[in-house]
Ligand binder design. Sequence first.
Ligand code: CTP
Ligand code: MG
Length: 229
Amino acid sequence: MHLLIPAAGTGRRMGSDRNKLLLVVGSKPIIAWTLLAAEAASLISWIGIISQPYDWQDFQTILTQLKLSKPVELIQGGSTRQESVYNGLQALSHSAKEVLIHDGARCLATPDLFNSCAQAIRDCPGLIAAVPVKDTIKVVDENGIIQSTPDRRQLWAAQTPQGFDVKLLKQCHAEGVRQGWEVTDDAALFEKCGFPVRVIEGEETNLKLTTPQDLAIAEFILKTRLGEE
Ligand code: CTP
Ligand code: MG
């Protein structure tokens, strides 16, 4: 299974002056943890890191240290995540019928989650890892007034990996460009084109490291895991 890792962001909400994926958590850069999980997932056979050329030297240094057994390619990122994934899809070899896409910033996803997504994508054209939301979610207008309270039993928090039939996802991305759709994940493009996307049980610990507080939480989770080994 081919895996694309969007890693071309700037980490604005992290407040760091460089790509947040290069920040160190638990003695390794964030992207290194993501790569180690992909390396350990037996069903992943190829890894594409979508990233900005100004970060390539740093990513190369990390790759040299990790000595992964799987082929890894650096692919040029775009100015939005959507553009980055678009570039990644163009870089896939023709042999890739399905693809998993996993945010570099979700460095706590386990190899088991990659494998269960890789397994499940053989039976449906689109899927995402997600978890039921624990909070009651409010829809709020620009004046801070609540407009509605959707039934929590129907709400899931989307994660990655997300898996797709490559041909269909390419079509959805092309349609997105034509229509000017701006989305924050690939499932949204798939949905807008009317294709079914299945939800599979994600992991509570599969956080997207976004703010400085997330670094402290990730540090704690990694330490707990190492203690359990
Ligand atoms: N990403 C990408 N290309 C972009 C923007 C984001 O590949 N132009 C990637 C990020 O590197 C990250 C993933 O998409 O792994 C999820 O995005 P997010 O967590 O929002 O990261 P950033 O965009 O870097 O952070 P921020 O939105 O706070 O600037
Ligand atoms: Mg972003």
